[in-house]
Design a protein around this ligand. Structure first.
Ligand code: KG4
Ligand code: ZN
Length: 332
C-alpha cells in the first residue's frame, strides 16, 4: 500500500510518500521545505506569510515527492487537520482535497500530535513497545504528557499552562538576538556554554500534577538579560552560559515530570516526540535515567512521514471530503 502524507500545520511544507508492506514502512520520499529563513527576521512564524509560502511550495514539494513514481499507485492521501495555524492548515487541506479528487483516492485527516507519537512505530518491532505507554510531546506549540492505552486511545494527563517548551526556546533566542527557530541555535551554543553561573527557575518542578509552565522561565531570562551591561549581554560567554542555563532548566522540568508520571501511572514504555526532542542533551539525559523511545532527529521535527504513518494506523477512517476541516485547536 502506498500512502502520501502532507503537513502544512506550521512553517514547513512537508510531503512524503511511504510504501507499507507487512507493516514495514519504506520511505520513498520525505521532502521538508523549510520557511525558517523567511521567518527568522521576525523571530517567529507569521501565519499569513506562512500560508502564502505553503501555497507557493505545495505544488513544487509534491512534484519532488512523487518524482519517478506512478501517482495512480497511491492508495491513500493523508493530511494534518490540526492542531496548527488555521490559514496554514487550510492551505494543505485544500491542496489535499484537490489531489484526492483528481486522483480519485481517499483522504485521511490526521492529528499532528498523534503523528509525533506514532512516528516512533516506524519499523519498530511493535511488540517491543509495551502498553500502557507514556508519551511526552514537546514542540513549538505543545508540551503534553499523554497516556496511550492503545493506538488511538489516549488520555491527556498534563500540559503546559502557558508557553510550550519549544516556544520558550524560540522566545529566549529572540531575547538574545539569535534568530529562529531558537531550539537548534540554543542547543549549539549551550554545548559551548558548559556550566552556567546564571540561576534560573524550574517552574512547577515540585508540584504534584503533571502540568508545565515555561513563560516564567522566559521572563527570568529577560530580567537577567536586562540587568546586564550591553557589553556583557552581547558577549559570547554570556550568551553561551544563558543558552546552557535555559536548556538545562527545560530539560530538568521535562525529565522530572515525565519520570514522575511514568512511575505514578506504572507505564511499561516511554515515548518522546516533537521538535524539542531533537535536542541532543535532552535525549542523552533522558536515556541516562530511563530507557525512552525517541525518533531519529529528522522525524522529531515536523515532517510528513509521521502523517503517513498515523494515516496507516487509521486507514479505515476515510471521511467525505466536505467533512474534513482545519481544526486549529484539535486535542488528542
Ligand atoms: O514539532 P516541531 O517541528 O513543530 C511544531 O509542531 O511546533 O517543533 C518545533 C519546535 C521549535 O520551537 C524549535 O525551536 C524546537 O522545536 N526545536 C528544538 C530543537 N530543534 C527544534 N528545541 C531544542 N533543541 C533542538 N535541537
Ligand atoms: Zn510538530
Amino acid at each position: 500500500m502506498k500512502i502520501l502524507g502532507i503537513d502544512t500545520s506550521c512553517d514547513d511544507t512537508c510531503i512524503a510518500l511511504l510504501e507499507v508492506k507487512d507493516s514495514h514502512f519504506k520511505i520513498l520520499s520525505n521532502i521538508v521545505s523549510s520557511q525558517a529563513k523567511l521567518h527568522a527576521k521576525y523571530g517567529g512564524v507569521y501565519p499569513f506569510l506562512a500560508k502564502r509560502e505553503h501555497q507557493k511550495n505545495l505544488p513544487l514539494v509534491f512534484k519532488k515527492a512523487v518524482k519517478g513514481q506512478d501517482v495512480s499507485e497511491i492508495d491513500l492521501i493523508s493530511i494534518t487537520s490540526g492542531p496548527g495555524l488555521e490559514p496554514c492548515l487550510w492551505q494543505g487541506i485544500n491542496f489535499a482535497k484537490d489531489l484526492a479528487k483528481k486522483l480519485r483516492k481517499p483522504l485521511i485527516p490526521v492529528n499532528h500530535l498523534e503523528a509525533h507519537i506514532l512516528v516512533n512505530f516506524i519499523n519498530q518491532d511493535r511488540t517491543s513497545i509495551k502498553l500502557p505507554v507514556l508519551c511526552l510531546v514537546v514542540s513549538g506549540g505543545h508540551t503534553q504528557l499523554i497516556l496511550m492505552k492503545a493506538i488511538g486511545k489516549y488520555q491527556l494527563i498534563g500540559e503546559t499552562r502557558d508557553d510550550a517548551a519549544g516556544e520558550c526556546f524560540d522566545k529566549v533566542a529572540r531575547i538574545l538576538g539569535l534568530g529562529y527557530p531558537g531550539g537548534p541555535i540554543i542547543s549549539k551554543l549551550a554545548a559551548k556554554g558548559k556550566k552556567s553561573k546564571i540561576v534560573l527557575p524550574r517552574p512547577m518542578i515540585n508540584q504534584k500534577n503533571y502540568d508545565f509552565s515555561f513563560s516564567g522561565l522566559k521572563t527570568a531570562v529577560l530580567y537577567n538579560y536586562r540587568s546586564q551591561s550591553p557589553r556583557i549581554r552581547k558577549s559570547k560567554k554570556y550568551i553561551q552560559e544563558m543558552s546552557f542555563g535555559v536548556q538545562q532548566a527545560i530539560i530538568d522540568v521535562l525529565i522530572n515530570k515525565t519520570l514522575k508520571a511514568a512511575r505514578d501511572y506504572r507505564v511499561k514504555s516511554v515515548i518522546l516526540g516533537g521538535g524539542v526532542t531533537a535536542n541532543n542533551e535532552l535525549r542523552k539525559q533522558f536515556n541516562k535515567k530511563f530507557k525512552v523511545l525517541v525518533p531519529s532527529k529528522i522525524f522529531c521535527t515536523d515532517n510528513a512521514v509521521m502523517i503517513g504513518i498515523a494515516a496507516f494506523f487509521h486507514r479505515t477512517n476515510i471521511k467525505p471530503l466536505k467533512d474534513i476541516k482545519a481544526e486549529a485547536n484539535l486535542r488528542i
